[in-house]
Design a protein around this ligand. Structure first.
Ligand SMILES: Cc1ncc(C[n+]2csc(CCOP(=O)(O)OP(=O)(O)O)c2C)c(N)n1
Ligand SMILES: [Mg+2]
Length: 801
């Protein structure tokens, strides 16, 4: 074994491992048994899950990792992480004492809610794992575009073995292989237990084959140094053979039962009145339990050796580390231990075993035999524990206040998007160089083609377009180059969102601001929703362009319709959703977005609209392929504000207004047509163009809260607009989405409202067929208006089919 660490340091590491195990167990115990809890609720344990990784994390954080490395910690090992940061002086005792409490350390590591430098938020198993892979690809992207002398980091995931069941991990692996993944480590905590179960036999060999097939190195850390030494004793090979053959369930059960049970079983199976018996007999029960528990994942020398060897190259590497869930605790190996917690008596026992005096449970060095100065000196030279901030700040990038575009008389918002990017692609400003687009195999069908023609596909190595070199005519002239600004992804929407999450954190992780734009078909947001949620949760910044959308995609077929996505846009924290109808609106929204996604911090909501515009977020644009006749107009500052805030009067209601039609998105022509049809029979009809139901709703809620807290003059944008509508007026809302998107508008000032929209799924047909079928055409709007704003019959209302 290559000695990469002095005996002295190894001894200190062993003490720190003990401390990590103690502190994480104590933190959970304290939160569940000792802290005053208003609801008396006891939450899950995770003591066993954390213990499983104590040695691995000790070896990594206190020895192997460098400050530039970034780690996704298995969610349930959060207490270990906080304990390690506490030992390194980056976490407070107060936060540990408040674990899982209000503003305490988080149950699952959180980039945004924790204060101790979490690199990636985890919690939904599988996502953090894939995030490290994409972060590594992003690091390569950034280094190819913005050369720097910062050292390359390694992206490391600490992975639960059951976590490997999540399909998104395999989707990511495939993509990583295509993109030439480097500098990525996945360390699998192979404790052979999940939440409910002991896992299938022999999974490790499937993993090994899989990882190798995708071009990874696989390092199996199976036996610890005690076991390796015992295997060299006479009879040792028989013991190795027994361990290798032992089923997972049995190994777990014997671990839980302890030394005497091990002895009985081993003697039964292996006892030979000869060398094996001697090997077993010369150990006490405790020693035997320690030997059998000394799997590679609990053995610092074995781990340090394995990690050390892999630091000599940049190939992606998977470590399969054999562990025991709950190792070192009374829960070790028991199949029910996931949410299990040690009893106060068991904790007392552990405390004594750790030589921690009662009342000194939080003391950093309590019970350790190395003098505190020496421990502190060691911690001060831990490479990962740099005093420099590991998170970077990227300077604000100047973005244009208006985007150039030639608006044709009739065009769709999707076409407009393509042209806006195409125009941007001509430029060479710092801003344009930082735009990076990506799409899961729908680059052309979401209109990114012209942009890619100009800016090329990204790859670390240049690769020519064979069609071009063979002189075969094609609309698309795409070459792979290190300067390319489009990352081509396979069809896996989870990967899109995780890639956006990684790209959207580049300013913080790599110190280089990117403007990531991802495109996909709107219905397939649902496929990657959890990944989108986590991307927003960790404050990654990107623009999501979802097109086509709704039933308006007509010819694309019933199976591609999206109904609920605007509600996702409204409900998703950290994501501002827009659904413009016109290309000039889209241009205004995109220009604003490039600024918005750069914002951050804890500023207060703006008095103008009561939105969190100062703190920024990501942006979701729901676009359409429907060509719509464009309005000839210039957008002045006031209209621009209104578009960004979410709505403006296309036709202002007068004091006697009877009906207001409020629409969003591609149904604009129907809304306008309905106004014409009603004009002769209803006094004064208003038309409200909604560009963002999400921002209207958020502003309304925020203003109400502000008033309830005493800011009596707080008014949101939509409250001001609706204040112009007389009380007797009825409102018809219409959108190509679930009617709840706009149906709430009447609640602002108590107007009677009828919400039209789409509630059912899957009918095919042309746009007129489908609008009629679902009841969002002009006739349906007029019929709804007649019903809620009584008066003489509206003469143009045809009999509805
Ligand atoms: C997407 C998702 N589904 C379900 C869960 C609930 N859950 C938490 S941990 C876990 C399994 C834990 O097993 P493993 O990954 O092997 O970690 P260990 O507890 O063995 O350390 C499950 C199903 C989750 N956190 N995320
Ligand atoms: Mg497990």
């Amino acid at each position: 074994m290559t000695q990469q660490i002095s005996d002295n340091d190894l001894k200190i590491l062993a003490e720190l491992e003990k401390k990590v195990l103690w502190l994480s167990s104590w933190t959970i115990h304290h939160a569940n048994h000792l802290r005053d809890s208003a609801d008396g609720l006891k939450v899950g344990g995770h003591q066993a899950s954390s213990a499983s990784l104590a040695a691995i994390m000790t070896a990594l954080y206190f020895h192997t990792l460098r400050p530039q490395d970034r780690v996704a910690v298995k969610p349930h090992a959060s207490p270990n992480f906080h304990a390690i940061q506490y030992l390194l002086g980056k976490q407070t005792c107060e936060k540990l004492e408040g674990f899982r409490g209000y503003k305490g350390a988080q149950s699952y590591p959180s980039r945004t809610k924790d204060t101790d430098d979490v690199d990636f938020s985890t919690g939904s198993v599988g996502l953090g794992v894939a995030q490290t892979l994409f972060s590594s690809l992003v690091q390569d992207y950034v280094r190819a575009h913005f050369p720097s002398n910062k050292p390359e980091g390694r992206m490391v995931a600490l992975v639960g073995d059951a976590e490997m069941d999540e399909g998104n991990i395999f989707e990511a692996m495939l993509e990583g292989w295509k993109q030439g993944l480097r500098n990525c480590w996945w360390v699998i905590d192979y404790n052979r237990q999940s939440l409910d179960a002991v896992i299938r036999e022999g999974l490790w060999s499937r993993y090994e084959a899989l990882f190798k097939a995708f071009g990874w190195d696989v390092v199996i850390v199976k036996h610890g140094s005690l076991q390796e030494a015992a295997f060299k004793e006479p009879g040792g090979e028989a013991l190795r053979g027994w361990i290798d053959e032992c089923p997972n369930q049995l190994y777990s059960a014997l671990t839980f039962q302890g030394g005497a049970a091990w002895r009985k079983r081993l003697m039964n199976d292996l006892g030979d009145q000869g060398p094996v018996t001697r090997l077993i007999d010369k150990r006490s029960d405790d020693e035997l339990a320690r030997l059998m528990g000394n799997l590679g994942g609990h053995d610092l020398p074995a781990l340090i050796e394995a990690f050390g060897t892999a630091t000599t190259h940049d190939r992606p590497t998977c470590f399969i580390c054999y562990t025991i869930k709950g190792s070192g605790l009374a829960l070790a190996g028991h199949k029910d231990n996931h949410a299990g917690m040690m009893t106060p008596a068991q904790m007392d026992q552990l405390r004594e075993q750790m030589q921690v005096r009662a009342g000194h449970e939080w003391d950093r060095f309590e019970g350790l035999s190395t003098p505190p100065e020496k421990l502190q000196a060691f911690l001060d030279r831990v490479p990962f524990a740099t005093k420099e901030p590991r998170r970077y700040q990227a300077p604000h990038v100047e973005v244009p206040s208006e985007l150039a575009i030639t608006i044709q008389p009739t065009m769709s918002t999707q076409m407009g998007f393509g042209q806006l990017l195409n125009e941007l692609g001509r430029g060479n400003s710092d801003f344009v160089k930082r735009i990076v687009t990506t799409s899961p195999d729908v680059t052309v069908s979401t209109n990114l083609g012209p942009w890619v023609n100009r800016r090329n596909l990204f790859a670390r190595e240049k690769m020519a377009d064979t069609f071009k070199s063979e002189r075969i005519a094609s609309t698309f002239n795409w070459e792979f180059a290190p300067t390319g600004q489009h990352i081509e992804l396979g069809i896996a929407e989870n990967n899109l969102f995780i890639a956006l999450s990684a790209l959207g954190l580049s300013h913080s992780i790599n110190g280089e601001r990117l403007f990531p734009i991802g495109t996909l078909y709107d219905p397939f947001i649902a496929r990657g929703l959890d990944a989108l949620n986590y991307a927003c949760y960790q404050e990654a910044r990107f623009i999501l362009v979802a097109t086509p959308s709704g039933i308006t995609l007509a010819g694309e077929g019933g199976a591609h319709q999206s109904i609920g996505t605007p509600l996702i846009g409204m409900a998703q924290d950290g994501l501002a959703a827009f659904e413009p109808a016109y290309v000039d609106e889209l241009a205004a929204i995109m220009a604003w977005s490039f600024d918005y996604i750069q914002k951050g911090g804890d500023a207060q909501p703006s008095e103008r609209n009561w939105l969190r515009d100062e703190t920024g977020g990501s942006v979701y644009l729901r676009l359409s392929t429907r060509p719509v006749e464009q309005i000839k107009r210039t957008i002045d500052a006031e209209l621009r504000h209104a578009i960004i805030d979410g709505a403006y009067w296309m036709r202002r209601p007068g004091p006697n207004c009877q009906v207001v039609v409020a629409y969003t998105g591609a149904v604009a022509p129907e809304a306008i047509e309905s106004i014409g049809l009603m004009a002769e029979d209803r006094r004064d009809v208003g038309l409200l163009a909604v560009t963002s139901a999400d921002r209207l709703n958020a502003g309304w809620t925020a203003a109400q809260r502000a008033r309830e807290r005493g800011l009596v003059n707080a008014r949101s944008h939509i409250e001001r607009l609706m204040a112009e509508v007389p009380p007797h007026c009825g409102i018809v809302t219409v959108c190509d989405a679930h009617p709840a998107t706009l149906g709430w508008l009447g609640a602002i000032h108590g107007h009677r409202t009828r919400g039209l929209g789409v509630e059912h799924f899957g009918q095919t047909g042309s746009i007129p067929d489908l609008y009629r079928h679902y009841g969002i055409d002009a006739n349906a709007i007029v019929a709804a208006a007649e019903a809620i704003a009584p008066g003489r019959p509206i003469r143009y209302l045809k009999a509805l089919p």
